[in-house]
Design a protein around this ligand. Structure first.
Ligand SMILES: *Cc1c(COP(=O)(O)O)cnc(C)c1O
Length: 233
């Protein structure tokens, strides 16, 4: 191993400690149990070697956002009690591969995608866990269900076979982010209160390197962290 690689590994291990400490403090401030908050390591562009450093140092949830990259890297990951969630925009022609490799698809941004996931999960004899992605800022450049349509669609969604809704995910606008976190929490609670069969609001996935502390304040229990953990891309 070169000095540079060694330094990078050391930095990743340090970063995990710092992030966990920050999660703990944010949880405490919000009167929440830090153990209910999952740290997801977002692996895009990071070589499996370094992802494995994170896994060996206690990270047990990975976030992948490209189907091709996932396929290439998957076999190189340590298979150590680690879950993989898909978090990128997923084209329907890639669903088949992704369904085989991940524990949850967090970025379900349309009914069409959900129905395709249902079809391929059935072929695999699986029930795929999914989160519904909400385009909370209603941005044209982003994917996801509109905040106004999700409550109308949730009953229909709950009846789609071979998929299980486990929560919500969002990539809010950077500006005024806490307003969006707050809106996400409100939708999450609304759906939760409807107590729909086959819909569990277990996970609220929001917050990245820049804003995970704020996200925890607003109820996030999966925080998705890339740069803060592995360094700038
Ligand atoms: C890249 C990415 C993240 C992590 O962002 P960082 O700024 O690197 O922490 C989180 N969620 C999604 C969907 C991403 O694509």
């Amino acid at each position: 191993m070169t000095t540079k690689e060694f330094e990078k590994e050391k930095k990743i291990i340090e970063n995990i400690k710092i992030i966990k400490e920050k999660i703990k403090n944010a949880a405490k401030k919000a009167n929440r149990n830090f153990e209910e908050i999952k740290l997801m390591a977002v692996t895009k562009t990071v070589s499996p070697k370094y992802v494995n450093v994170a896994i060996e140092n206690g990270v047990n949830l990975l976030g992948e956002n490209k189907a091709q990259e996932l396929k290439e890297k998957y076999e190189h990951y340590l298979k150590k009690d680690v879950e993989i969630h898909f978090i990128g925009h997923l084209q329907t022609n890639k669903v088949k591969d992704v369904v085989k490799l991940v524990n949850c698809i967090e970025s379900v941004d349309s009914l069409k995608l959900l129905e395709t996931i249902s079809k391929f999960s059935a072929k695999e004899n699986k029930i795929m866990n999914v989160l519904l992605e909400i385009n909370i800022g209603e941005e044209e450049t982003k994917f996801g269900f509109k905040p106004s349509e999700i409550l109308e669609k949730i009953d229909f969604i709950s009846k789609i076979p071979n998929v299980k809704v486990k929560g919500l995910m969002s990539i809010p606008p950077r500006k005024n982010v806490k307003d969006y976190f707050e809106q996400m929490r409100a939708i999450y609670i609304d759906i939760s209160n409807k107590k729909i069969d086959n819909v569990d609001m277990d996970f609220l996935s929001m917050g990245t390197s820049d804003d995970f502390i704020k996200a925890i304040e607003y109820g996030a229990n999966i925080v998705r962290i890339g740069r803060f953990l592995f360094g700038e891309r």
